[in-house]
Design a protein around this ligand. Structure first.
Ligand SMILES: [Zn+2]
Length: 260
């Protein structure tokens, strides 16, 4: 049942959840019986109140057999949902693979040297002052090196800038399969939509900045200091305490009960 719910939620991502076939509404599961059900708790006819039992074939909402048929538009929606799920899994797999490769190839240590990662990929990185809403952008034009610009204004703390840089590197790696003649442009704000690609870039950034084996190592090393563990780990990885807590939760590790 739980798996079905997850599937329904996944397929429903970006689509109306009621497009999932065979999902039954609350009204269908509990036909109006005037609030009176058999004492034995069965799903049998209603009693009293003068309300007749709502047998499936006789229920006014069920008698419309045409509603139960799978319509072409339903099938198309399910297929679109399935394609979205597969795309998400594909991008997240790619994100994990790229992050793992970066650590293995460059033999990184915390805090990950993002400038070195970008340089290795031939990306030109610069700090620019944008309006506060913008975190950063990634631009790739034909016959020109890819460019990442990070908003350097004072409202963006260094840890946030690092996450944004890692996120933009994710755009570069996930976009490498796009034809080289095509233009790629992404700019990220705090309100950027949670599309499949954006989620995958966040995933890549988290893994690039906080790889699992290092996180677990530090987590164990700092077991004697649970009050300050998240803060110390955040400093070691060069991320915000918010990002650190989130990563710990992902890995099933308990963050300190003391929030700073
Ligand atoms: Zn983005």
């Amino acid at each position: 049942m739980e798996g079905h719910v997850r599937w329904a939620r996944a397929v429903g991502a970006g689509h109306r959840s009621d497009s999932v076939p065979f999902r039954r509404s609350r009204r269908e599961r509990a036909p109006n019986c005037g609030g009176l059900r058999p004492e034995d708790g069965s799903d049998g006819p209603c009693q009293g109140g003068g309300v007749r039992a709502a047998r499936p074939a006789e229920h006014p909402r069920r008698g419309q057999g045409a509603d139960r048929r799978v319509r072409p538009q339903d099938t198309a929606q399910v297929l679109q949902g399935l394609a979205a799920v597969l795309a998400r899994l594909h991008f997240e797999d790619e994100a994990e693979l790229f992050a793992h490769k970066a650590w293995q190839t460059l033999k990184l240590e915390p805090p990950a040297d993002l400038a070195r990662v970008a340089q290795r990929l031939g990306i030109e990185v610069s700090d620019e002052e944008f309006v506060p809403e913008i975190d950063g952008l990634y631009l790739r034009l034909p016959d020109a090196p890819p460019v990442i610009a990070i908003n350097s204004i004072y409202t963006k703390p260094p840890a946030r800038r690092r996450f944004t840089l890692a996120h933009e590197i994710g755009h570069h790696l996930l976009g490498r399969r796009a034809p080289s003649a095509s233009k790629l442009f992404f700019f990220d704000t705090s309100r950027t939509g949670r599309t499949t690609v954006e989620r995958a870039c966040d995933r890549f950034a988290a893994l690039l900045l906080m790889p699992e084996d290092w996180v677990r190592r530090y987590y164990t090393e700092l077991a004697f200091n649970p009050q300050h563990r998240v803060r110390i780990m955040a400093e070691r990885f060069g991320v915000s305490t918010w990002a650190m807590r989130r990563r710990l939760r992902e890995l099933g590790l308990q963050a300190s009960a003391y929030r700073r």
